[in-house]
Ligand binder design. Structure first.
Ligand code: FUL
Length: 466
């Protein structure tokens, strides 16, 4: 009996010890795939495109919506040429107008004169995305300034049915975008949203869809509409006690994440190529330049987040020439800056100890047995260049499938043994693009100064950017 008691006690102790080792939150398969999509387009389109507004009242006559030359294949052709991986469309903005003929509303494309009420933007776009190999995502605003049921429990059923309709008729839907805005509807009442039900509906129909909102569950808002992730940017977030919209976490938490956060909820950086979200003729001259977009890219994708760049179609239903030109220039600039990986012929490689490292960006090769000098371990490694090389950018990639383990790092640049530069940083995440003053480098040393769990560098490359 005594032995049995001792055994039980030992078991209890062991199990409490096991519990005290808190594993790091990790991304789901769908989140991992989402991280790899990196950059995609947002399209704000609807009655506001024709009324020059940003927030419609919900009372706009349906006939206003008349994009005479609507061509979703043009949108997709441009998105593809711009290197974007997908498109997220405002299926319904706050004015309640549905870009598809929803059975649950009387304020839709069906009620408009466009294509004699037979048009369906979601159908055209989802088909075009498939044709061009782009992912298809949907923004659907729960706030509805038109729907007569808004502000009553009935509306939660309406919204749930609309979600179901989207998934059943236009799927697969890769990302679902929930705006936290919660204003008054036509009867002056605000809605108490049944988020749990909305979420369950999506999970049931389409478990691989990633859901965006201020607090996830899969992707978080970055806390600003300038497209800028924080430095550091942790993929972790604590959501307990917070709500979507007004009750969300402080903007600083959304921007940086929480260092020790309990859930894997990475940041997505939304920003518009123009001052507004919707197209306005007077903003044609205010389209962001390729250089401005590149700066945003460095502060979003370059900090381990994803970039959701809004390019609003115009009142003809086309992407304007100004936006197209800037997008394509932005693509060329990225291509030029990242065309030549200077480490390709470096003579010293870091030896990985795991075999699960697969990536098209993986540039560190297994240690060459002919190498004469090297210093490599999981925390610290040296890359020796074959010849003195000018560089101003190093890209690190972390194998985030095991969590975000790198908490602090330092890179020291040398030219013939003399230190010529140092880059210090904290978070790495899926991709960290570090730019610095151009230096001529013969070798550099990477130190992971603080890590949690298994160290996890997955790839490294270097460039001389313009
Ligand atoms: C906000 C909305 O109120 C804006 O109109 C826009 O859709 C932006 C992306 O989200 O919450």
């Amino acid at each position: 009996m005594k032995n049995l008691l001792t055994l039980i006690l030992i078991c209890l102790q062991l199990s409490s010890q096991a519990q005290s080792v808190d594993p790091l939150p990790r991304p789901t398969r769908a989140q991992l795939d989402w991280h790899e999509t990196e950059y995609y387009l947002f399209m704000h389109f609807g009655p506001n495109t024709f009324t020059n507004k940003e927030w419609g009242e919900g009372t706009e006559p349906e006939d206003l919506f008349d994009p005479a030359q609507l061509d979703c294949r043009q949108w997709c052709r441009i998105a593809k040429a711009a290197g974007a991986k997908g498109i997220i469309i405002t299926a319904k903005h706050h004015d309640g107008f549905c870009l598809w003929p929803s059975k649950y509303s009387k304020h839709t494309v069906r009620e408009s004169k466009w294509k004699d009420g037979k048009g369906d933007v979601l159908k055209e776009l989802s088909q075009a995305c498939r044709e061009y190999g782009l992912k298809f995502g949907v923004y659907i605003s729960p706030w509805d300034r038109n729907h007569p049921d808004y502000g009553t429990e009935k509306y939660n059923t309406v919204f749930t049915s609309m979600i179901r309709e989207l998934f059943q008729n236009y799927g697969p839907i890769w990302e679902l975008w929930w705006d936290g805005a919660n204003g008054e509807g036509p009867n002056g009442k605000k809605q108490v949203y049944d988020w749990k039900r909305f979420e369950q509906t999506v999970r049931q129909i389409s478990p691989r869809t990633v859901i965006f909102s201020d607090i996830g569950p899969d992707i978080r808002w970055v806390g600003n509409e300038q497209g800028i992730a924080g430095d550091p940017n942790w993929n972790y977030l604590d959501t307990a006690g917070f709500k979507r919209g007004a009750g969300g976490p402080p903007q600083d938490s959304l921007n940086h994440g929480n260092y020790n956060g309990k859930s894997w909820i990475p940041a997505e950086c939304d920003v518009s190529i123009r001052p507004g979200w919707f197209w306005h003729a007077e903003e044609n001259a205010k389209v962001k330049t390729a250089a401005e977009l590149f700066d945003i890219y460095m502060k979003s994708v370059g900090r381990g987040a994803n970039l959701l760049l809004n390019v609003p179609p115009n009142n003809l239903g086309l992407i304007s020439a100004e936006d197209e030109a800037s997008l394509l220039e932005f693509k060329k600039l990225r291509d030029r800056n990242f065309a030549v990986n200077l480490l390709k012929d470096a003579s010293i490689y870091y030896q990985f100890s795991r075999d699960d490292i697969t990536s098209d960006e993986l540039t560190i090769r297994t240690l060459d047995s002919n190498a004469t000098a090297y210093s490599a371990n999981l925390r610290n490694f040296i890359v020796e260049m074959n010849k003195p090389t000018k560089m101003n950018c190093i890209v690190l990639r972390e194998g985030i499938q095991n969590g975000q383990t790198i908490r602090k790092f330092r890179i020291t640049l040398f030219n013939a043994g003399k230190q010529v530069g140092e880059i210090r940083g904290t978070s790495v995440g899926r991709k960290r693009i570090l730019s610095f003053k151009t230096a001529t480098v013969t070798s550099f040393k990477v130190n992971l100064e603080d890590t949690k769990g298994q160290d996890n560098i997955r790839g490294i490359s270097a460039y001389l950017m313009e």
